[in-house]
Design a protein around this ligand. Structure first.
Ligand SMILES: Nc1nc2c(ncn2[C@@H]2O[C@H](COP(=O)(O)OP(=O)(O)OP(=O)(O)O)[C@@H](O)[C@H]2O)c(=O)[nH]1
Ligand SMILES: [Mg+2]
Length: 277
């Protein structure tokens, strides 16, 4: 299976974003704390290469705290960059964000009496709109656990000087690295019409068996005999109601169960990548 998802609206959104990036002072790049590298859009580094950047590792409550701290330290060593973390119950506050802005933005480049824009960018479903709503203390932008919910830019006031703009999630036109594409699909950044759920379920099962077996034991009460993805999916089908009529195991439903559990954090914190060094 070859995953590719770059619908027409994403192309339009990219053009609108490129235009917007010309006028903003700094960007806020939202990444998924569980996989900050895979959820980095390579086209952004071309577009905003010289802009000060605040990276926010969202969904930190779904990642391993130690791994997230290492990623944060790593990004803080990058030029023009400050990295913050955000979790469902402890989101980045306006105060923290504005402090970070002050650290990365060269004061000489801005006029104190003017108003300036910051733009939130990121791939789909990483938590951009949730962040905007929390900062606005109102539900302005539609949010939800499916990709490409935001379809237009949305601007809020942070203080007398700074405004914040939420933008639709954007992927890149060609997902050359299919392992990355599978992780993006597993985390919910690629629309499920672009892939076979069972293939992503199989991929996730293989990855979890290899690296997070104890989490599977805790969640599903896995026995020692279960070693392969088909055995795991069959086990989930048998124990979580994924058996079709006539007792044929429903691998599609079992895959959905597994993917939903990963995406919602029911397996516990999962960090899929290590920070360099
Ligand atoms: N556990 C957890 N879930 C989060 C967090 N932030 C966002 N979410 C959930 O992630 C899903 C996606 O959030 P959105 O804010 O809609 O993501 P987005 O980046 O705006 O997505 P698009 O508009 O599609 O690009 C929603 O179900 C949120 O509730 C977080 O810090 N922790
Ligand atoms: Mg959004």
């Amino acid at each position: 299976m070859n995953i590719s998802w770059y619908p027409g609206h994403m192309h339009q959104n990219r053009k609108a974003l490129d235009k917007l990036l010309q006028q903003v002072i700094a960007v806020i790049e939202v990444l998924d704390a569980r996989a900050p590298k895979v959820t980095t859009n390579p086209i952004f580094s071309e577009t905003y290469r010289n802009k000060p950047c605040i990276k926010i590792l969202c969904k930190a409550d779904l990642a391993n705290p130690e791994a997230t701290t290492k990623w944060q330290n790593y990004f803080n060593t990058q030029p023009n960059t400050v990295c913050l973390t955000s979790a469902l119950e402890s989101t980045v506050t306006k105060k923290l964000l504005l402090q970070a802005v002050k650290r990365v933005v060269d004061r000489k480049s801005i006029r104190s009496e003017s108003k300036h824009d910051l733009v939130i960018i990121g791939i789909p479903n990483v938590g951009k709109s949730t962040l905007l709503n929390k900062l606005a203390k109102r539900k302005l932008a539609k949010t939800g656990n499916e990709p490409a919910l935001t379809r237009s830019q949305q601007r809020i006031r942070l203080d007398d000087s700074w405004h914040l703009i939420d933008t639709p999630g954007i992927l890149w036109p060609k997902l050359e690295n299919q392992d990355k594409a599978f992780v993006l699909a597993m985390l919910g950044s690629i629309r499920n019409t672009a892939f076979e759920t069972e293939e992503i379920g199989w991929f996730a099962a293989e990855l979890l068996l290899a690296h997070f077996r104890t989490k599977l034991i805790t969640r599903y009460g896995l026995s020692v005999q279960i070693r392969t993805p088909d055995q795991l999916l069959l086990f989930i089908a048998q124990t979580r109601g994924g058996l079709s009529k006539g007792t044929r195991p429903n691998f599609h439903k079992a895959s959905e169960t597994l993917l939903n559990d990963i995406r919602s954090g029911k397996l516990g914190p999962l960090s899929l990548e290590h920070a360099p060094g």
